[in-house]
Design a protein around this ligand. Structure first.
Ligand code: CUK
Ligand code: CUA
Length: 621
């Protein structure tokens, strides 16, 4: 089979050889020889097959659940392209080990060793993905992180004050993502300092808005009940969240008592005006403006919907919020225009904003849209995806005899989220649907008591949904989002002035170091800073001496300019590992507490002499 040639005229094999030869000669490849991306056709529409060397049409961003990470899959091939460590500590890249990643995790109150990532969502401008950031929640440690899509690394993390467990997360879609909205799920006393622990009536939770650009808290709104999922509208005026446990109970039977809970609507302009007018409080040491949005507030609207609703999804035509019933076989369609009427005092009852409540099956959890007026709802207990027509469901609610159900497709098994290509934006294109199934049971080779989950790819381009692929995944993608590749512009090589390692550059500057060429050891009391370059297959320093007990910081700058030539720095028996991409600077700090000879080596395969790319740390007793 012939290999595609890239722009520089190299085949893949020649490219690797060229790097190896250039390295052997002791010089990196000149910038003029940077290989481009192999030209590739994209997959045929309607086929999930993406041949060797061909590129996928969509980037899929998958949450990694309690693995704490985010994964990038190519769609429709379902090939896993990358893992982005976020709330987890990761061995290969040194996430949670390097100084650069630790600084980011400290912003979120960590590092913790675990996370529980549910909802990855991309920043938008005018209701369309802008390719800039992906935001993700951590339910386990009440954090929200941001991934920069040019480098596909986490660049900010914050800990959300005054709440416990961040669950639902979505971005403001219009006019642009000024806020990231996220739900505090569990109810706790305010402040949570030992008071009221035996009095659940005094527990509360809050709806939170984060300033997306600064990654700082903007405001919080106290609610009744427990917040679950959320989404924003296409006017920039409203966000809506599902809200269960209207009973305010702390045990399961108590939370099940009421027949109805709520979809809560947040009026963003009113919230902003209230803050401007100083009508807010703060809690404990936190300076974040806190508003009271409980029943009786004019900042919110509580729409009663059947029993413990779960997913909340906005239709891409901007007309409706859809709240998924979970313990009711229905979803509730809320007309967003009628919210204007409600807040203008023109409606009598909150339920007057409801225009449909189709019955779909047992356990509706999440709904996706195809941009052609159809919705696709996962029904967990029935293990199905139900395709239904929104306009017909609204007609049926008015009493017309129409069948709004278009098709029920078995999925395998027990689906949670589902997601369509571009489906949470104005650009919903109705090509592919992903069903994230919580159980795989018999679909794959058995691998012990712990099973893979099953992410299924469904072709929705025609009249009928068609299951085309089973994709096993590790714990536990709750949610995903599918972005057309035209929206993405990831870098191939780091920029030397990238803010990701700016603090390390500043430290080097204080030491009088030029990172791009200096190979020097600086002693500062019992602190030792080792600055070195790396060019395949050499580290700029192959041995350095320190004393037992020194705190050592190793800073490596990768001077290779060749795409895909990443080096590593791994110090044996010290728990030290880091990735250094082309033109990146990475650093790690540890205590040299073991006298003797300790080898460090490059652990990212970079060159024919990769095995030889190493050096010694000599620790004097
Ligand atoms: S939740 Cu998991 S299936 Cu966290 Cu979005 Cu619905
Ligand atoms: Cu450098 Cu392997």
């Amino acid at each position: 089979m012939s290999e595609d040639k890239d722009k520089a005229g190299f085949t893949r094999r020649e490219f690797i050889n060229a790097t190896a030869v250039a390295g052997l000669a002791g010089a990196g490849l000149g910038a003029g020889l940077l290989p481009g991306v192999a030209s590739a056709k994209s997959a045929k529409h309607g086929s999930a097959e993406v041949g060797p060397g061909e590129l996928d049409e969509y980037y899929g961003f998958w949450s990694g659940g309690h693995s704490g990470e985010v994964r990038i899959l190519g769609i429709p091939s379902m090939r896993e392209l990358m893992r982005i460590p976020v709330f987890n500590v990761e061995s290969a890249t040194g996430w949670g080990i390097t100084n650069e990643s630790k600084r980011i995790m400290e912003g979120g109150g960590g590092p913790y060793l675990n996370g529980d990532a549910h909802h990855p969502h991309m920043s938008m401008t005018d209701g369309r993905y802008d390719g800039k950031y992906v935001f993700i929640n951590d339910k386990a440690n009440t954090r929200v992180a941001r991934i920069r899509c040019d480098i596909m690394k986490t660049d900010k993390m914050i800990s959300i004050p005054n709440v416990s467990a961040i669950h639902g997360l979505r971005v403001q879609k219009v006019p642009h993502t000024k806020y990231v909205f996220c739900n505090g799920e569990f109810r706790i006393p305010h402040p949570n300092d030992g008071r009221d622990i035996n009095d659940p009536k005094k527990y509360k939770t809050m709806f939170n808005a984060i300033d997306a650009e600064k990654m700082e808290m903007a405001w919080q709104v106290i609610v009744d009940g427990n917040l679950d999922n959320t989404d924003a509208d296409y006017t920039g005026k409203y966000a809506c969240a599902t809200c269960y446990n209207s009973e305010g109970a702390v045990d399961l039977p108590g939370m099940m008592r009421n027949e109805r809970d709520w979809a809560v609507v947040f009026n963003i302009p009113r919230i902003e005006a209230a803050i401007k007018a100083g009508k807010y409080t703060t809690i404990g040491d936190s300076k974040v403006p806190v508003l009271d949005g409980r029943h009786g507030s004019d900042l919110t609207l509580y729409i009663p919907v059947p029993k413990s609703p779960h997913g909340l999804n906005t239709s891409p035509d901007g007309k409706y919020f859809v709240a998924n019933g979970k313990l009711s076989p229905t979803v509730t369609i809320i007309d967003i225009k009628k919210l204007d009427d409600w807040f203008a005092g023109k409606l009598k009852k909150p339920r007057d904003t409801v225009v449909g409540e189709p019955e779909l099956g047992l356990g509706p959890l999440h709904t996706a849209f195809d941009g052609r007026g159809n919705a696709y709802t996962t029904v967990f207990i029935d293990s199905q995806i139900v395709k239904w027509n929104v306009a017909d469901a609204i007609k049926a609610y008015k009493g017309k005899k129409v069948n709004y159900i278009r098709q029920k497709l078995d999925v395998h098994y027990q689906p949670g989220h589902n997601h369509t290509t571009m489906g949470e934006t104005r650009d919903a294109d109705g090509k592919w649907l992903i069903s994230l199934c919580k159980f795989s049971k018999d679909r794959f080779l058995p691998v012990g008591p712990l099973h893979a989950e099953n992410d299924q790819l469904i072709d929705i381009s025609g009249e009928k949904m068609k299951l085309v692929h089973d994709g096993p995944t590790f714990a536990e993608p709750h949610d995903c989002m599918l972005v057309h590749r035209s929206k993405m512009k990831p870098l191939k090589i780091w920029k030397r002035n990238d803010p990701f390692f700016a603090d390390t550059v500043a430290m080097a500057k204080k030491d009088g170091i030029v990172l791009e060429k200096d190979n020097k050891v600086i002693r500062d009391g019992n602190k030792v800073r080792v600055y070195m370059t790396s060019i395949a297959p050499n580290f700029g320093i192959i041995d350095f001496k320190v004393k037992k007990g020194d705190e050592v910081t190793v800073v490596v700058t990768n001077m290779d300019q060749v795409e895909d030539v990443t080096h590593g720095f791994c110090l044996v028996n010290h728990g030290v590992s880091m990735e250094i991409g082309p033109q990146q600077t990475s650093s790690v700090t540890f205590v040299a507490d073991k006298p003797g000879v300790h080898w460090y080596y490059c652990h990212w395969f970079c060159h024919a002499l990769h095995m030889e790319m190493r050096g010694r740390m000599l620790v004097e007793a």
